[in-house]
Design a protein around this ligand. Sequence first.
Ligand SMILES: Cc1cc2nc3c(=O)[nH]c(=O)nc-3n(C[C@H](O)[C@H](O)[C@H](O)COP(=O)(O)OP(=O)(O)OC[C@H]3O[C@@H](n4cnc5c(N)ncnc54)[C@H](O)[C@@H]3O)c2cc1C
Length: 546
Amino acid sequence: MSLAIKPRPPLEGQHFHVVIIGGGINGVAVARECARAGKRTLLVEQNDFASGVTSRSTRIIHGGLRYLEHGELGLVRESVRERERLLRERSHLVHPVHFLFLLNERSQRSALKVRAGLWLYQRIAGRKSADLSEMELKRVERALDAGQQWSIFNYEDAQCEFPERLVAEWMMEAAEAGAVVRNHCEVLAVNVTQGRAQGVLLRDRISGKDERVDAGWILNCTGPWADRICQRSSVHTSKPMLGGVRGSHIVLSRFSGAPSSALYTEAADGRPVFVLPWNEQVLVGTTEVADTADPAKTAPSNEEIEYLLRTVAKLFPKAKISAHDIKYAFAGVRPLPNSPGNAASAVTRRHFLHDHTPDGAARLISVIGGKLTTAASLARECARKIGIAVPEPTLVAMGPGGSLDPMLDQEVLEIARAGSVSEETARGIMEWHGQRAMDIARMALVSAELRAPVCPHSSHIVAEVVEAYRREFAVTLGDVLLRRVPVALGACWSESCSREAGLRIGAVLGWNEQALGSNLESFETERTAFLKQPARGASALEAAAD
Ligand SMILES: Cc1cc2nc3c(=O)[nH]c(=O)nc-3n(C[C@H](O)[C@H](O)[C@H](O)COP(=O)(O)OP(=O)(O)OC[C@H]3O[C@@H](n4cnc5c(N)ncnc54)[C@H](O)[C@@H]3O)c2cc1C
């Protein structure tokens, strides 16, 4: 089987009803909405879909309990509604998760305030959370620092462990509805003449070719890059639209006593911090640091890593967590609205649509802010803004604590049988590919090479990789292993896994030694830039757990 990257059809001179710049969760959601309405749609992404902030988030699909503190009831209502919709419609990717809100005598929030907030949160959701088992509660209590007096509150939110996969699904739905989607294709500038945005100048980063397309509307969905697009197009806003705030995470190996529920607590400075079970590891985040540099180059500082490590180590002293437990750290820049003088935590997490007509660029709209959770509602709003009539979807109510479409063991068995793969592999394929799982299983049946695990420690198989290149618009090995089949975010991944995966994938795709070498080299460059290894031996880090 040879899957050489086919040259992409030229775009030069084409006219689109709407061009969407940026293939993060927001841009992809907007493209899907416009294409489904029958509009000729082009989605362009300079790197890969979901490679920006979307893959650098805490991955919680939440109503925003914290927004109640800032009186943002409207945002909480919208977020809760969207959370329920995702739980119902994407139950293979979005799961309910128990959260434990932990307070001790030093916490800045009072138990009374938290109790009242949780009561209101459940009222807005219109359903009661499922109760956490006594056993898990006791387990967490035993693992926590016994020298402190803990008050523990239980509530429910949701988690999308792999928003990269959600974006891949929405992107394919956009393409199936007729959108032209291009990753590794950068918008160099928006062409503005006579007070109106007329089109864009693109550079295909694969072919190196520049092309111009015309557009009726241009939507700037570039998240933290939004001001840069305007600057390079000479569209002058009265002040910067964004006030970028970096948020970092550390990923730890699972430690003894690590909770299977998610924890929401305060760091020593009173800032909220999450400790979440994620991808068979523990995800700890996040920080808030002003960052206006190039979002593509953002990285966690040693101070942020130390802050997060110290917070989690203090919480679980018996686990003796140290810098050696950190698998990697990563950071993203929140595209928050510019709010000079406000603390980052107090800046609204609502999104805004900035119409550039007063800036001399009619028909150019910039999307500012937003969350994973509310991307679909943001997309409907964007589509309406450009004159597309989008009805508000109806919502089926859910019972306590569950999704309507739990994965059925029976389906897992059918997939295992159809692909002649283990139940573990079948479940993994279902979890990442939902309705496409059966197609992948049938492909896997064709050969032992396609059924082979991507690396010896993974249950995910080479057939999923082929699907990524064939149907999910993956171009590079990084697109595959970091986002479509994101095994490289796993607990075991190392450079030798990359080499083993490269060999197995290359054997199916017909890579020669040179192709293998160049694929691996660019993959390792991307992986190490994104997933930062903390500087071991740095004295501050070593001391963090003391
Ligand atoms: C630390 C952190 C934690 C978060 N946690 C959560 C959470 O738990 N839950 C939640 O709901 N939300 C969370 N968020 C918010 C959420 O991740 C973001 O709001 C959301 O991902 C923004 O998506 P986006 O599509 O606007 O931006 P992005 O995902 O950054 O997409 C923008 C894209 O535009 C592309 N682009 C830029 N310039 C160009 C160009 N010239 N040409 C073509 N393409 C271009 C970029 O490459 C990028 O892929 C978090 C954010 C951060 C930073």
